[in-house]
Ligand binder design. Structure first.
Ligand code: AMP
Length: 311
């Protein structure tokens, strides 16, 4: 019997990005944690992703139309007088590190999300990378979510540490990159860092490690998902949010979090992220099909499957 997909609400940034890297400058492209997340999740729960964010009057309507074309509910995407959140980043020549050149909060600075009655019933909640005060604001409005996951980054870990800890105390699953896990915990060793983070609240922690894949630490132990070996990487921006969107989208589709569903969700997250980095901004996600997803899911199986035979 197929289960009804659960509703999945995301709050996070919807942004205009200026990207600079070895493949040239790409100004003014669609970005933001919630944009990547919602688009990735929409492949798994096409009519059940709810986007809560704010944009300014400079935000092109074509981007909103794109979200709608993916079946994303944009009733919670407010448009306000002022400028859209803008982030500019520069990548190193080998694309393994990046520097945030500028972050302009714009209309996000005064944003107070007001969830509709419908959105308050969301079953799966993702607090995308944004001010932890806004994350908490949304968390307090949602009635009884079955799973609360959250992302954050250095900007907030150093900028609003106490607010972030208050949010983390109410989160089930933290999805964070390795450098930020170390920064948050204040220790270098990842396993120790995760232990410290789990004491702050989250039962599960997913550590994203760029082209080294992702690790899930949860009650059932540790699970590793590799990054797919790609011949061409153009733009790593949004890979983490896309990973989280694939992971949460698949869990919402299954409607339950079990050791089996969360392990498959880690692979679906990796599948979506592997496509995201093949082109700039959300361009590859715009042409992606369910067949592409199924074929790379099989490729991941081939990549990682081995028989357990005793010596
Ligand atoms: P990722 O590469 O997964 O870390 O996501 C990159 C996206 O995060 C970009 O499209 C940015 O617009 C967005 N972003 C960068 N800095 C911040 C921040 N401080 N708060 C919220 N979103 C951000």
């Amino acid at each position: 019997m197929t289960k009804r997909p659960s509703s999945l609400l995301v709050v996070g940034s919807v942004a205009l990005d200026d990207l600079d890297g070895p493949q040239g400058i790409h100004p003014d492209v669609l970005g933001g944690s919630a944009s990547y997340f919602a688009t990735a999740a929409s492949f798994f729960v096409p009519a059940s992703v709810q986007l809560v964010a704010v944009v300014g009057n400079d935000f092109p309507q074509a981007h909103v139309d794109f979200f709608v074309s993916r079946g994303i509910d944009v009733a919670g995407l407010e448009r306000q007088e002022g400028k859209t959140f803008r982030w500019s980043g520069r990548y190193s020549d080998d694309l393994t590190s990046r520097t945030s050149l500028d972050t302009q909060l714009g209309v996000f600075a005064g944003f107070r999300p007001r969830l509709s009655d419908h959105h308050r019933s969301a079953e799966f909640l993702f607090l995308g990378n944004i001010d932890p005060v806004l994350q908490m604001d949304v968390l307090e409005q949602v009635r009884r979510p079955r799973l609360v996951a959250c992302d954050t980054m250095n900007f907030w870990i150093s900028g609003k540490p106490e607010e972030l800890k208050r949010t983390l105390a109410r989160v089930d699953l933290l999805v964070i990159n390795d450098e930020e896990a170390r920064q948050l915990a204040g220790v270098h060793n990842l396993v120790q860092a995760v232990e410290i983070i789990r004491k702050l609240g989250p039962r599960g922690v997913v550590v994203k490690r760029g082209d080294s894949g992702a690790l899930l630490f949860y009650e059932g132990g540790v699970f590793a998902a590799p990054a797919y070996p790609l011949e061409q990487v153009r733009d790593p921006t949004g890979a983490g949010d896309t990973f989280a969107g694939g992971l949460m989208g698949y869990l919402a589709r299954c409607g339950e979090v079990t050791p089996a569903t969360i392990r498959r969700a880690m692979i679906y997250g990796s599948v979506l992220a592997s496509y995201c980095v093949e082109d700039f901004s959300l361009d590859r996600l715009k042409t992606l099909t369910l067949e592409d997803i199924a074929s790379r899911f099989r490729a991941f199986y081939e990549l990682t499957h081995f028989e357990h035979i005793a010596l």
